[in-house]
Write a protein that binds this ligand. Structure first.
Ligand SMILES: C[S@@+](CC[C@H](N)C(=O)[O-])C[C@H]1O[C@@H](n2cnc3c(N)ncnc32)[C@H](O)[C@@H]1O
Length: 224
């Protein structure tokens, strides 16, 4: 890891990641993106496996990795508690081609800090090429929708920046959503990935100045 990445990484670990029971709705809705009964998921930069365990719980076949040995050990320890079959690996996300040759139905990147300061097209295209023909990549990141920088996010992207990035890569953007757990009343958490929820999140986030995350759903589309 580069020094800058190391500093960002240790800040993340120090702050700790925040998880909420409502995250299950996000994962359930992401799984609906695949028509398969047991979709194959790659959880990139999985941390201690919070989302990996949820994917596994809702019937997916999960491979998850992180560069941080400590976090992967933590995730592996929690496997029993979650009665989970998720596979956790230590790997450097800059080189997915070294570890993976199979295709995935969903590649999930939530706050993957490799892309926190720099959206790297070459690396993203390696992931896009790991998608099955009907596969989707789900990219979730903090946004500066309300002009504020989220405390735990070194960079809050503008939706236009991420859009431009994906438009210049080998893929097609299928959907763009806004989502966060705490900006909207609990009953709306169920409707995490839809137009109405997105509109509500934008409105509430702008009114309250609370942070909000961007979720891009993209499909591999080789322009070659
Ligand atoms: C903000 S955390 C997100 C964790 C988890 N995805 C989540 O949403 O809770 C970012 C994760 O990316 C991992 N990471 C950073 N650079 C990486 C790299 N080159 N390869 C693999 N993982 C990396 C970090 O170790 C950290 O666990």
């Amino acid at each position: 890891m580069k020094l800058a990445d190391k500093i960002i990484h240790s800040l993340y670990i120090k702050k700790g990641f925040k998880y909420y029971p409502e995250d299950k709705y996000l994962i359930e809705n992401i799984l609906k993106l695949s028509k398969k009964e047991c979709p194959k998921i790659l959880d990139v930069g999985c941390g201690s496996g919070h989302y990996s365990f949820l994917f596994d719980k809702y019937g997916a076949k999960v491979t998850a990795f992180d560069i941080d040995k400590f976090l992967i050990e933590k995730a592996s320890e929690k496997k029993k508690e979650h009665n989970s079959n998720a596979v956790f690996l230590i790997a450097d996300g800059r080189f997915p081609e070294r570890r993976f040759s199979e295709k995935f139905d969903i590649i999930f990147m939530s706050g993957f800090s490799l892309f926190s300061t720099n959206l790297n097209k070459e690396i993203m295209e390696k992931y896009l090429s790991l998608l099955d023909s009907e596969g989707k990549l789900v990219f979730a990141h903090t946004t500066n929708l309300n002009g504020l920088v989220r405390e735990t996010g070194p960079k809050n992207y503008r939706v236009e920046d991420v859009k431009k990035f994906f438009e210049s890569s080998d893929c097609k953007i299928e959907k763009i959503y806004f989502y966060d757990r705490h900006v909207i009343i609990k009953i709306l958490h169920y409707f995490v990935l839809n137009e109405f929820s997105t509109k509500m999140h934008i409105l509430i986030s702008k009114m309250t100045k609370l942070p909000c995350s961007l979720i891009f759903i993209v499909k591999f589309d080789s322009k070659l």
